[in-house]
Design a binder for this molecule. Structure first.
Ligand SMILES: C[S@@+](CC[C@H](N)C(=O)[O-])C[C@H]1O[C@@H](n2cnc3c(N)ncnc32)[C@H](O)[C@@H]1O
Length: 207
């Protein structure tokens, strides 16, 4: 995967081939993330929220339902986002749909909530992880909540034909940088539409 176009094309083809509910990461309800978000004290729904690599995830629906007023769904490919826009109908107008590689993104605001399920683990180059950490520095408001889910150590070594980095909680916290403090962690055994089990490590961190 060498260029942004390659990346966008790869993910677009995956959504075209399998639709939104047959991709391995499909989840009818983003339960681990919502449990971490709902248990966070003092999270202000008027502060901007971003779902990085949102795809067709139902997290944006849940954030709107919880009263978040400034929600960005970001993805390198519009194909997953298009499923969410169709599902949301008129409510889709309440979301900022941003098609960009997160590594090239120049955020125009500071976020009170940053969510990433299954994007960070594709960053297998140290330079890409460093860029992601720089982004967190730039894009997070003071006190922001960061909720990240990656494959756990016993998770798959690949997803959609791409290699993944796998993390335990301590390694994930270290990879996300010293500016964040872990406030909660969870393990999830995600079951794919074909019945395979994919263990995830989840962290909630505060800036
Ligand atoms: C495994 S899927 C997870 C989708 C969603 N987070 C969910 O939980 O349903 C990874 C998503 O991240 C997007 N993606 C992958 N690399 C990306 C990047 N560098 N920048 C932005 N989006 C990316 C893909 O297009 C895809 O929608």
């Amino acid at each position: 995967m060498t260029t942004d176009v390659d990346r966008a094309q790869h993910w677009a083809e995956t959504y075209t081939r399998r639709g939104d509910t047959q991709v391995s990461w499909y989840s009818a309800e983003p339960s681990p993330a919502l449990a971490l978000i709902d248990s966070a004290a003092g999270l202000d729904p008027e502060l901007p929220a971003v779902d990085v690599g949102a795809g067709a995830s139902r997290l944006v629906d849940a954030l709107l339902a919880r009263g978040f007023t400034d929600v960005t769904a970001l993805d390198v490919s519009d194909d997953g986002l298009a499923h969410s826009r169709a599902r949301l109908g008129p409510a889709a107008r309440r979301v900022r749909w941003t098609v960009v590689d997160v590594l090239d993104w120049v955020p125009d605001r500071r976020f009170g909530l940053w969510h990433d399920r299954a994007v960070f683990h594709f960053l297998t180059d140290a330079a890409d992880r460093a860029r992601y950490r720089d982004l967190l520095e730039i894009a997070l408001a003071p006190g922001a909540l960061v909720v990240v889910g990656t494959f756990a150590h016993d998770g798959p070594e690949q997803c959609s034909g791409l290699p993944t980095a796998r993390y335990g909680p301590e390694e994930l916290a270290a990879a996300l940088g010293p500016g964040l403090r872990v406030v909660a962690e969870r393990r999830e055994e995600h079951v794919t539409p074909t019945g395979a089990v994919q263990p995830f490590t989840w962290l909630a961190l505060r800036r």
